[in-house]
Design a protein around this ligand. Sequence first.
Ligand SMILES: [Zn+2]
Ligand SMILES: [Zn+2]
Length: 370
Amino acid sequence: MSSAHPTPQGQRPARPRKQEQESAEREVREVAPNVLRMQLPIAMPGLGHVNMYALVDERGAAVVDPGLPTPASWKAVKDRLRQAGLRPKHVHTVIVTHSHPDHFGGAARLARESGAQVVAHRSFRFGVVEAAAQDAEISVDDLAAAADAVSDEVQRRILDGWKHRTPWGGQHPRPPFRMRLRWRLARWLGRAFVPTVTKPVRAEEVLRLGGREWVIRHTPGHTEDHICLHDPADGVFLSGDHVLPTITPHISGLALSKDPLATFFASLDEVAAIPDVKLVLPAHGHPFTDLAARCAAIKQHHYDRLDTVRRIGRELGPATVQAFSRRLFRPRSWGEMAESETYAHLEHLRLAGAATARRDAQGFLIYETG
Ligand SMILES: [Zn+2]
Ligand SMILES: [Zn+2]
């Protein structure tokens, strides 16, 4: 699903396993006073676990990113909470860093079981549902209202939405059959897995949780609605997928921003400039310390990729996004995600004056790089 990370070509196949790929450990670790790291299982390309953080206080706990909407993940949520002497009913707040299912998936269930408040950025929306609704000309509210008794007609219009074209030409692939089936089931059962955000937040708002004051940082790039949480008193920083220890987050070209890569760079610069961060707690992988250095390394990765895109352009001559992406990514990563990231890089070059684009007779964008 959406938060996987395509593997760039040119990396050695025998490279050591990335931290983010390690499978979920059962053990709960206190990574800072009253901050517990709890690993939940996920199986997505390039990812083996997601970190749910519990911020423990006298009222119970707030949790950050409670995993996928699956029975296996829910079992792990209960197991990890139990190890900390907690039960789902003790969770008074769920914070969702961004709109990917491995982060928000457990939120709706926790909210149902405990009445927990759900905190996310005010622009939170689940892209696939929203895009489908847009394409089918159904409002997201109507989609939610239809959750209990969705008609075949609405279903058909949602699924027909996937016949539309991507911005760079070519068809959107239909979502996998199992995912469509799961939606259908979820809606029949009246159990939409996309949570209702009861406390929408914006940049610079302060949340008092786990005995700390957390400042919300809005960090669009990986998604438009991504937030990080910063505790300036102790220098603790919850980075979500914005800054990961050994992989770079997927940057989608299917974003509201005209130049998603520039937006991501600006968000990296913003967090790199935060003074006195001592501990970074990412959504995948282990805690780390040097936030600014990791931001610089991620930017460098993208600068290298931009150079590679230009080199590919010189070799290919005028070419489609798909042709660029098939040179940029390994065959196992080929598909819409790889194309979407390639499109983001090509658009960044075009807006910087380093590439041109035109549409051919079939509607495909043809890029030429200098
Ligand atoms: Zn993620
Ligand atoms: Zn993500």
